[in-house]
Design a protein around this ligand. Structure first.
Ligand code: FAD
Length: 507
């Protein structure tokens, strides 16, 4: 198969590049070895940064975030909750940091306003009443799954081909160029190797492995971070600790929960995202200093992700990004680093480089054209408004007349699952979950998994027990550190799945 551009990696960066290039009329193919968004783009904190977190130590990244925060709120409001953010210091924090923060916000263009502790606690009632200095910033909460799906949807509409569960396994180099790329397609859709003009390596934490297939080098430090999902929303704003970026200093309200994070430790591999009991205890202790109600809070799930970082380790490394041309071949472009918040900017810069290589003079349009409907679109029912917020443009393909609920925790309709299955992208239960949230709620899939599986089996040849086991194993990682009420919920789940359905006997 001949293509102008092969993009490897269907996280936010790769999906953004596919959209950008397709809008410039470039014939491109996007591949991901797993599902779209199964790497760091699906394993992050979901904070649409205002830039405030980086103003003091990483001003370049702060300025990038400040600009992109505004762009994304304009082009993709349906998947962003404009919660606003608060930076709050406590009595034990360095009193000089607040003034450094204020000055650095001014010089990096991050909008901020200092407010009194009384005003902060009245707008955020759960905030520690001992708060000393408080600043408002335009942080938000972003749903990375919807954002990535919207980019893929748009890229396809503009002519791109995007396939998940399709791994790049080898490259043939002749005369300093990649002339052939071998793939392994889990669903057998691609039968021949790819012959691309340009290869874009947007594989995040796997960037060095993919560059290595063409005997090139690409460097990124691998850094694991853990997060906790709470029962219910515990705050209205994104709450940040006003101190040098550190571990356990942010709470992000997200859908039916609040996400607490993060930690930072060197990762042994791109898949080394496991969360420990120590991470759970640490994150709860640190974040409850800001929001004391978190102390007795039920934790539904823990999850982790691996950051591909530029130079330096952990909190010392810049959150900016780099674009490099292959050192051993002419037609490879690798991108590493960056943030979910800056994915569009990264995609723009990569697409500029690729278009230069192809002699295409079209300019970037991704900052101008909406990715989905405006948040305040009028007309239709409450049900339709909810679907528009969740799915953007795809909402119009979901029936609102069928009101049967398939996942009661997250109020997912049966028709949402049916519409997702019709796209042909969802191969596994986790793929359906990433798109609909079925299985992400308090019971972690006990209530809905079998019904979703039944719908999946209507249209596809699959081994239901294998699919179920794969999904349950993945969910198990996140709840293995459960305690209290969530542990009791887990025991009920185990009783039903092992006792009633005999899942335990399958091992
Ligand atoms: C713990 C943590 C918290 C974070 N919090 C935030 C936050 O709150 N806000 C924010 O803005 N940013 C945050 N980030 C950063 C953000 O998640 C990442 O910068 C961003 O998601 C990276 O996207 P990506 O597309 O470059 O990489 P990824 O999403 O990892 O995508 C790379 C893709 O490449 C695919 N791939 C790899 N090898 C191959 C191959 N051989 N063939 C085909 N496909 C392949 C993988 O399957 C993967 O899906 C956080 C990151 C972490 C880890």
């Amino acid at each position: 198969m001949r293509k102008d551009v092969l993009i490897i990696g269907g996280g936010a960066t790769g999906a953004g590049i596919a959209r950008d290039l397709a809008l410039r009329g470039v014939d491109c193919l996007l591949l991901d070895m797993g599902d779209f968004c199964h790497g760091a783009s699906g394993g992050n904190h979901g904070l649409l940064h205002s830039g405030g977190r980086y103003v003091v130590k990483d001003p370049g990244s702060a300025a990038e975030c400040a600009v992109e925060n505004t762009v994304l709120k304009r082009i993709a409001p349906f998947c962003i909750e404009d919660t606003g953010g608060l930076f709050v210091s406590l009595p034990e924090d360095d009193p000089l940091f607040a003034d450094r923060f204020k000055d650095a916000c001014r010089s990096t263009g991050v909008p901020t306003e200092e407010i009194g502790a009384e005003e902060a606690t009245s707008s955020e009632p759960g905030l520690n009443p001992l708060a000393v200095r408080c600043f408002r910033v335009p942080d938000g909460s972003v749903d990375p799954f919807s954002l990535v799906q919207a980019n893929i949807c748009d890229a396809r509409e503009a002519g791109a081909l995007a396939l998940n569960h399709c791994a790049v396994t080898g490259m043939t180099v002749e005369d300093g160029r990649i002339v052939r790329v071998d793939v392994q397609d889990r669903r057998g859709r691609l039968s021949s190797p790819i012959v691309p003009e340009v290869v874009v390596n947007a594989s995040g934490a796997w960037v060095a492995d993919v560059a290595g297939l063409a005997a090139c080098t690409a460097r990124a430090g691998l850094d694991q971070g853990s997060m906790l999902v709470t029962y219910g929303r515990q705050c209205r704003h994104v709450i940040n600790r006003l101190r040098e970026p550190s571990n356990g200093d942010i709470a992000v309200p997200s859908h039916t929960s609040t996400v607490l994070g993060t930690t930072s430790r060197p990762a042994r591999s791109p898949d080394d995202s496991a969360v420990t009991r120590e991470d759970v205890d640490f994150l709860l202790r640190e974040t409850s200093a800001l929001l004391p109600s978190l102390r007795g809070c039920r934790i539904v799930r823990a999850y982790g992700g691996v950051r591909p970082l530029l130079g330096g380790n952990g909190r010392e490394a810049s959150r900016s990004f780099s674009i490099t041309r292959g050192d051993a071949v002419d037609n490879l472009v690798s991108v590493a680093g960056g943030k979910l918040t800056t994915y569009r900017l990264m995609a723009e810069k990569v697409s500029d480089t690729v278009c230069d290589m192809l002699g295409n003079s079209s300019g970037c349009r991704t900052h101008l054209e909406a990715l989905g409907p405006p948040a305040d679109v009028e007309g239709g029912s409450i049900a339709l408004a909810r679907l528009r917020r969740k799915y953007g443009r795809m909402a119009s393909s979901i029936s609102t007349s069928d009101t049967r609920v398939i996942c009661s925790c997250e109020q997912v309709l049966r028709s949402e699952v049916t519409a997702v299955l019709k796209t042909g992208d969802a191969l596994t239960l986790a793929d359906v979950m990433r798109r609909t949230r079925a299985g992400m709620g308090y019971c972690q899939g006990l209530d809905c998994t079998l019904s979703v599986l039944e719908l999946m089996m209507q249209g596809a040849k699959m081994d239901p027990l294998l699919a179920l086991r794969e999904f349950l194993r993945e969910r198990e990682h996140g709840i293995s550190q459960a305690s209290g009420d969530q542990l009791r919920q887990g025991l009920l789940r185990e009783h039903v799945l092992n006792g009633v359905y005999g899942m335990g006997e399958m091992e």
